[in-house]
Design a protein around this ligand. Structure first.
Ligand code: ADP
Ligand code: MG
Ligand code: MG
Length: 885
């Protein structure tokens, strides 16, 4: 198999392997593809990811095969460009670039201008007729190579540059002359010689192989490992290496370098979006060394910025660039994120990839592209990451709330967040770990800050543009971000910051509005999101394609209304226990629990009945016409017991029973392991009057709502924690009998079902028999996971982290269903249930009902519906559609 692939010049069209990102990496595959559709790409070659894996596995050794393949491929570059690496008269320079399968922003390092040494720099100066450019390139090369390959501290070089600029009274790098750079190169070489035993390598082959090795090894760097862990990227993918002829954006005022998106990645609008810098190279744009300039005249005018846009300063290259944008979008049928360089007026493409975008932009682009005929509705539905909708389903700042705006930066990533100021990533992680909401404030961010950005609710930087590290990473993570707020100055020693004239301290609360760049002191009120426009259109397409229904887990009328706004098609789980905790009711509940006999319990239940009825009335009103699964009382009774002296005294007064007696009853009810104790249907079996009261309340309310609104709800009475068919048979009889009594009293009936939650392994095993009694199963996958794994969810935090890290579980099984294990029980129960009762209704009501991977599994076993929390309903709808497409 080939280890090296060439592109550009007269390289052959890429074959399937070269087009495969898993082999040539994202960057390499796309460079070859761009070259093959006729775009101007400097010639180069790609070493496969397989070689990096081999190199790391075999203990940092290059194979002979690789050495000769690289030599041949280098020849391809030399022939195409007409220059040779190391030629003292007119040298070829190359970049050595990493490129993993998926883009890992800023994770792996790139070396530019490789091939320069004390001799070739003179050749470059002569051949280009521009000594300043040659020496500028050399100093860049020494610094990058020393940082990336030799592992020296780049701060040393930056300091030397700062000192040189100060000495001369310069502000910008562009003010330095050829001689200034030459002098600096001398200092740089001294630094290298001081910091390590050897002087800076002059042999260009040694430079090349050193850089290739460094890219290979960067796959196992700490920053790369952190990024992989946060993004679920396997360690065995490895990275490709791209070696490519240099083109130069630092050859004076007709040269430039830039980054761009074919559409606005923040809003999704179809406008070119990006930044560029004249007479600059590579990372200058994103590193925030100079403030980048706008791409289009319109963007510059809108921002009232002075420096000319690319459209104005380099109109020909800009024209070429816009044609390239169109071509790329047609070819990839998606928004592209590109890197380009203009060398003396000529445009060169250095990278393209599918651009990261906010959820809002993803929706707008998908809907627009359907309109443009670029993609169809199914592709649009498949294109949106369901969890990304989460960003849109949460509150934004109330436009009418008072804002104490302290400064305005760039709107780098939308959304709003309030939190306490923290000044470094470790502090962000620590304080977030204690449950605090924090805003990470940095001069600029770098890959070392990723864990802190992840922990923070929002990110604020003093430097950097819309394509800075902070902006790109924040958008990817869905964190609101304001970047380039230049009036922010940070004093790390005193853990404080000054914004304009305001003095703030670490720990003070601020609010960010990532949609307009505002930074506000204090917390600002928020409002609920709206579900119209592109969001509605896309969910509409998802609705057309999905098979499963999507219900909600809701137990208050407010939840129900919210869920209906989000498009819920019924209630999949209405828990009833919270209704017992209400301040006005809890004493009646305690009276019931501690009563000595049935008569005592009934007296207390009489007080609860009207309350329960009004609860259900409100819920059925909100859900009129839709199925509502109501779970009868489930938690262990001891959760309701009085605790302190005052609680016992109050109860004694209310019931006229002595506190001693009450305390004795309470201690009788104590349980060692309440999760497996006197709870669920066991309550209904031992205290049928409790369930009878709840069932009466359900049917009285249902009949009343049907009568008053003309639209009957469809109650689905759910018996929890059933292990045997007999339990369900006994309780179903109780439900039917109570329902009939109510219907007789009301002179009316409503349609209803009785079924059970499948949440014990025995219930799954016995599903065939249980289905004889129950008309529906709802998989209670929270408890089913606990009981199958023998893991208590509330106590799992201490070991689940390490379990996931060690790969024992791929993901937290309480977040994403353990399909291999627990999934087998679900599958089996669904099959056995259907054998007995072909029209049995099957659904899922655990947290997993809102998790896209679990939803895909539910489709596979053909459940009728999933049920998710109100905010997750649209996510579940989209995931359900994707599961069938
Ligand atoms: P990253 O993956 O961090 O974006 P790249 O390999 O894309 O790293 O390199 C970063 C930048 O270096 C590019 O955006 C481009 O500006 C510059 N660069 C890379 N290769 C070349 C080249 N052959 N000629 C000119 N500039 C280059
Ligand atoms: Mg980089
Ligand atoms: Mg790049």
């Amino acid at each position: 198999t080939k280890t090296v692939y060439t592109f550009g010049g007269d390289a052959p069209k890429p074959d399937a392997r070269q087009k495969d990102k898993t082999i040539t990496g994202g960057k390499g595959a796309n460079l070859a593809e761009m070259a093959s559709i006729g775009l101007p790409v400097p010639p180069g070659f790609t070493i496969t990811t397989e070689e990096s894996v081999r190199y790391l596995r075999e203990g940092a050794a290059f194979s002979d095969g690789l050495r000769s393949d690289v030599a041949a491929a280098l020849n391809h570059i030399e022939k195409t460009v007409g220059k040779r690496l190391g030629d003292a008269a007119d040298p070829l320079l190359v970049s050595v670039r990493s490129g993993a399968r998926v883009s890992m922003p800023g994770m792996m390092d790139t070396v530019l201008n490789l091939g320069l040494n004390d001799e070739t720099v003179e050749g470059l100066a002569g051949a280009s007729g521009d000594p300043r450019f040659a020496w500028d390139s050399y100093r860049r090369f020494i610094q990058m190579y020393s940082d990336v390959v030799l592992g020296l501290d780049h701060g040393l070089f930056e300091e030397a540059l700062e000192v040189a600029k100060e000495d001369k009274g310069f502000y910008n790098d562009t003010e330095l002359t050829a001689d200034d750079w030459r002098e600096l190169v001398g200092e740089y070489k001294n630094i290298v010689a001081q910091e390590q035993d050897e002087s800076f390598p002059q042999d260009v082959q040694q430079q090349l192989w050193g850089a290739i090795a460094a890219v290979f090894e960067s796959w196992d760097s700490d920053r790369a490992k952190i990024y992989r862990r946060l993004n679920d990227i396997p360690a065995d993918w490895g990275t490709a290496v791209n070696v490519q002829a240099m083109v130069f954006g630092n050859m004076g005022d007709t040269s430039a370098t830039g980054v761009a998106f074919t559409r606005n990645p923040s809003t999704g609008e179809k406008v070119y979006y990006g930044e560029y810098l004249i007479n600059a190279q590579g990372e200058d744009v994103v590193a925030g060394i100079r403030t980048p300039q706008y791409l289009t005249r319109a963007a510059r005018e809108e921002a009232a910025a002075k420096p000319l846009s690319m459209e104005e300063a380099l109109p020909d290259a800009f024209g070429e660039l816009s044609r390239t944008f169109e071509l790329l979008e047609q070819h990839y049928t998606d928004m592209q994120d590109i890197e380009f360089t203009v060398e003396r007026g000529k445009l060169w493409m250095l990278q393209t990839r599918t651009g990261k975008r906010t959820a809002k932009a993803a929706l707008k682009m998908a809907v627009d592209m359907v309109g443009e005929g670029l993609i169809d509705e199914k592709q649009a539905v498949l294109r949106i990451e369901p969890m990304a909708l989460d960003q849109l389903l949460h509150p934004t700042l109330d436009p009418d709330a008072k804002r104490d705006v302290v400064t305005t930066g760039l709107p780098a990533s939308p959304g709003a967040a309030s939190g306490k100021i923290v000044l470094d990533a470790d502090t962000a992680e620590q304080r977030a770990g204690r449950g605090e909401k924090v805003i990470l404030v940095r001069v600029e961010t770098s890959p070392e800050d990723i864990h802190g950005m992840h922990a923070a609710a929002g990110i604020l930087t003093a430097r950097g543009g819309m394509t800075s590290h902070a902006a790109v990473v924040a958008r990817g993570m869905g964190r609101p971000c304001v970047s380039g707020a230049s009036s922010v100055s940070i004093d790390l020693k005193n853990r404080s910051l000054r914004i304009g004239t305001r003095e703030l301290r670490e720990g003070d609360t601020i609010t960010l509005d990532g949609s307009n760049g505002q930074v506000m002191a204090g917390e600002v009120a928020t409002i609920e999101p709206e579900m119209e426009g592109d969001f509605g259109t896309l969910i509409g397409w998802a609705d057309e394609h999905r098979r499963m229904r999507v219900r909600t887990n809701a137990e208050t009328p407010e939840d129900c209304r919210m869920a209906r706004q989000f498009g819920a098609e019924g209630i999949g789980l209405c828990r009833t226990e919270h209704m017992f905790f209400d301040a006005n009711r809890i004493s009646a509940v305690r009276q019931m629990i501690l009563a000595d006999d049935e008569a005592g319990r009934k007296a207390a239940l009489e007080k609860l009945l009207p309350e329960q009825r009004s609860d259900f009335h409100a819920i059925f009103d909100a859900m009129a016409g839709l199925p509502c699964t109501i779970r009868l009382l489930d938690p262990p009774l001891h959760e309701f017991l009085p605790t302190g002296d005052t609680e016992f005294a109050e109860l004694a007064e209310l019931t006229g029973v002595g506190t001693d007696h009450l305390r004795r009853r309470a201690s009788e009810l104590h349980e060692f392991n309440p999760m497996l104790g006197h709870r669920g249907c066991r309550l209904g079996i031992t205290f049928p009057e409790i369930y009878a009261m709840q069932v009466r309340a359900i049917f009285e309310a249902a009949c009343d709502v049907a009568r008053d609104s003309g639209e009957a709800p469809i109650p689905e009475v759910m018996i929890p924690l059933v292990a045997t068919a007999r339990e369900l048979a006994i309780l179903k009889a109780l439900v039917d009998e109570t329902a009939e009594t109510v219907f007789a009293e009301k002179g009316a009936r409503v349609e209803y079902l009785v079924g059970t939650m499948i949440e014990l392994p025995r219930a799954a095993l016995m599903a065939g028999e249980i289905a004889e009694e129950g008309a529906f199963f709802s998989f209670g996958t929270n408890d089913l996971t606990q009981t199958t794994l023998g893991v208590s969810r509330d106590d799992s935090a201490r070991f689940l982290g390490p379990y996931v890290e060690k790969g024992i579980f791929a993901r937290d099984p309480f977040v994403s269903l353990d399909i291999e294990g627990v999934g087998q029980l679900v599958r089996m129960a669904a099959e056995r249930g259907r054998e007995t009762r072909p029209d049995i209704k099957l659904g899922i009501c655990g947290e997993h009902g809102g998790d896209p991977a679990s939803i895909a599994f539910c489709e596979e076993v053909a459940l009728d519906y999933v049920s998710a929390s109100p905010y997750r309903v649209p996510i579940a709808k989209l995931a359900a559609a994707q599961a069938v497409l």
